[in-house]
Every structure is written in structure tokens, then in C-alpha cells.
Design a protein around this ligand. Structure first.
Ligand code: AMP
Length: 357
């Protein structure tokens, strides 16, 4: 697929959550239709997408019918089973490519890749057994964090080992799943870069945002982030190096720890990212449109920022504050059309913006 998708073409999206919802809105503004593939009922993206397939990722007939109905496939969720991707890839182009997905699904493959292209990550070692953990703790020391290598998100599947008495309980918490021990990074704050790479190899990065997490879940992203000019260019160059090395097409989130000894890459997300929602009120072309442009083979927007923005996630009962939020000036509300609020459930977000200082 070298040419840009013609208006009216259909973009297939694996996953129907809020990211798929906002991608669908952006795609429709560019004249495309979206077809969502989602195993769960009532996906948030279903309200705005042209079509929804509700079927498990193991349903070969449904996957074939989905592929036949779309022109290109992208995803808003990185844990799509390999078997589904193998089949889909044989039928339609998948953007971003499988390598990016495979690397981000496995924390060890991710760190091997990142260190292999000369970037700094936390020191790490693979751990499955108690003997592995003893060896890893000898190599890396403590404090350290034990994380499942796969299927971890929002701080799930992680246990901190602040002293050696916590080692055995941390391993037990992994329930036998392969894990990685990471040295504890003494960082001052966390930032992320949202970077896009087009089908023509051009790269555009947004200004880094500063992220604050609570209970493992992103609460706020603030732009500009507290970074020196050299740290800011480093952050963007790191993200661009990753996108180029993967021959990536689409938008990617790169999470970084800021330390006295430089920037340390925490992880990459091969999709639009919660810490990029600020771009909706901060840039002429937001991350969702940027991703659709890349996937559709259109030229990228430049990503310059015209506003200072604080993005706040509305998690669980935060959504009950909507009446007050609507009365604030310079506050843009984005709700995801989900059902009842539950603790930890991302219900929406707000972007508070003011002209760039
Ligand atoms: P992750 O799921 O890997 O993004 O980790 C969730 C959060 O745990 C991060 O945003 C950090 O605040 C913290 N964290 C993860 N890895 C490390 C590390 N190696 N050192 C210090 N803090 C970490």
C-alpha cells in the first residue's frame, strides 16, 4: 500500500475502548469510516464507528470477514493474540507493524531492543524461579521491581522489592508467570513523548508531557514538562530513534524517567497513548488524527504546540464532577460513553488549556 487511502476507505481498528473511539472520530473528520473489532459488548468506540464486529480474537471466520471489509488494520490495544494477527496480516496490511507489537508485548524483548539500539533502560534480568530471582537480585541489587513480562498495564502485575524479605512474596505474586526484575530507578519525574512516523519515513514528535500516576494509573499530563532544553531534545531524539529502528508507521508513546544521569526509557506503547490526550487542545493536529494520517498514508501534521495544557483523567467517581467541570473556563471535556463508574475505570478526561507562554 504505497498510495494514500482514498476518501471513503475503511480503517479497521482492533479494540473498541476510548482510544478506538477517539481514533474513529478523527478518521471520520478525514473522510474515512472505521470498523471496530472488539470481543466485549457495548464498546465505547461503537457509538461513533461506522461498524462493529463483536467476536472473540479466536473466531477465524469473523476475523476473515473483518479483514475483507476493511482497507487497512490498526489497533488501540497491544495484547491482541498472535494467532489473530497472523491471520489478519496475511489478508490486509497492519500498521504499526507486527515487530512493534511483539516488542511492546514482552518487557524483556522490549528492553533487549531498546538497549540494542543504544538507549538506556533500567538494569533487568529474566526471572521465573526462586533461583533466578536470587541470581537477579545479586546482579541488580535492591530496591527493585518484579514485573510480569507480558500483559502488565496500569501498574498491574508488579511487585516492589524494597528489602530482601519482600523477594519471596513478590515472586509468589507473579503466580508462576515469567517475570523481569528491574533495578529501581531513582527518578525525579516521568515524562512521555508522543511520536509519529509516516509511511514515507517522516517523523513528527509532540512536545514531551510530564506524567503523574496514582495507584499505578495516569492522573495528569502537563505540557510543557519540566525539562531543560537539552533534555527536551534528547527525549524527542530517543523517541524518533525508536520509531525509525522499528520502521514504525503510526503514533507511539515513549515513557521516560528523568534522572540526574539522563533519560531512562521505561516502556513504549505502539499506539495512541493516554499521555497524548493533551494534544486535542494543544495542537492543530492531535495524536488521533496524526495516527490516522500515518496509517492512511497521508502526510503527517507537524505537531507544534500552541497551548499549555494540563490533561486530567476522570477515573471512577471523578466523573461525578462533570457538572462543575462544565462550568470551568478553558476546560474541554471528553467522556467515553462508558456505563457505571467503577474504581480505577477511565471514564473520560479534561484538558485545561491556556495560550502557550
Ligand atoms: P510500568 O507499568 O512499567 O509503566 O510501571 C508503572 C509505574 O511504576 C511507572 O510509571 C513508575 O512510576 C513505576 N516504575 C516502573 N518501573 C520502575 C523502575 N524500574 N524504577 C522505578 N519506578 C518504576
Amino acid at each position: 500500500m504505497n498510495d494514500a487511502l482514498a476518501p471513503g476507505s475503511v480503517i479497521g481498528i482492533l479494540g473498541g475502548g476510548q482510544l478506538g473511539r477517539m481514533l474513529s472520530v478523527a478518521a471520520s473528520r478525514l473522510g474515512y469510516a472505521c470498523h471496530i473489532y472488539e470481543p466485549g459488548a457495548h464498546p465505547p468506540a461503537g457509538h461513533v464507528a461506522a461498524k462493529v464486529t463483536t467476536a472473540p480474537y479466536e473466531d477465524e471466520a469473523a476475523l476473515r470477514a473483518f479483514a475483507a471489509a476493511v482497507d487497512v488494520i490498526t489497533y488501540e490495544f497491544e495484547n491482541v493474540p498472535t494467532s489473530a494477527l497472523d491471520l489478519l496480516e496475511s489478508l490486509r496490511p497492519i500498521r504499526p507493524n507486527r515487530r512493534a507489537l511483539a516488542i511492546s508485548q514482552d518487557r524483556i524483548a522490549e528492553k533487549d531492543f531498546l538497549t540494542g539500539i543504544g538507549l538506556t533502560t533500567a538494569p533487568y534480568a529474566a526471572v521465573t524461579t526462586a533461583a533466578d530471582l536470587d541470581r537477579a537480585l545479586l546482579k541488580i541489587g535492591h530496591p527493585a521491581i518484579l514485573k510480569t513480562t507480558r500483559l502488565g498495564y496500569d501498574g498491574k502485575g508488579q511487585a516492589r522489592i524494597m528489602d530482601l524479605s519482600k523477594a519471596a512474596p513478590a515472586l509468589a505474586a507473579m503466580q508462576g508467570a515469567p517475570a523481569v526484575l528491574e533495578g529501581f530507578i531513582d527518578f525525579s519525574h516521568e515524562v512521555s513523548v508522543i511520536v509519529a512516523r509516516g509511511a514515507d519515513g517522516s517523523v513528527a514528535a509532540y512536545d514531551p508531557g510530564e506524567n503523574v500516576h496514582r495507584e499505578g494509573i495516569l492522573r495528569t499530563t502537563t505540557v510543557p514538562a519540566r525539562l531543560s532544553p537539552s533534555q527536551r531534545s534528547d527525549a524527542v531524539l530517543i523517541a524518533a530513534r525508536i520509531a525509525n529502528a522499528l520502521e514504525y508507521v503510526g503514533v507511539m508513546g515513549v515513557e521516560l524517567f528523568v534522572t540526574g544521569a539522563g533519560l531512562v526509557v521505561n516502556e513504549i506503547a505502539p499506539r495512541v497513548h493516554n499521555s497524548g490526550h493533551w494534544t486535542q487542545q494543544g495542537c492543530a493536529v492531535d495524536q488521533f488524527e496524526q495516527h490516522i494520517r500515518a496509517v492512511a498514508g497521508l502526510p503527517l501534521g507537524d505537531g507544534s504546540r500552541f497551548a499549555d495544557v494540563v490533561m486530567e483523567n476522570l477515573i471512577g467517581d471523578d466523573v461525578l464532577r462533570v457538572p462543575q467541570l462544565l462550568r470551568e473556563t478553558d476546560c474541554s471535556l471528553h467522556l467515553y460513553g462508558k456505563g457505571a463508574p467503577r474504581p480505577g475505570r477511565k471514564m473520560g478526561h479534561v484538558n485545561r488549556s491556556q495560550p502557550r507562554r
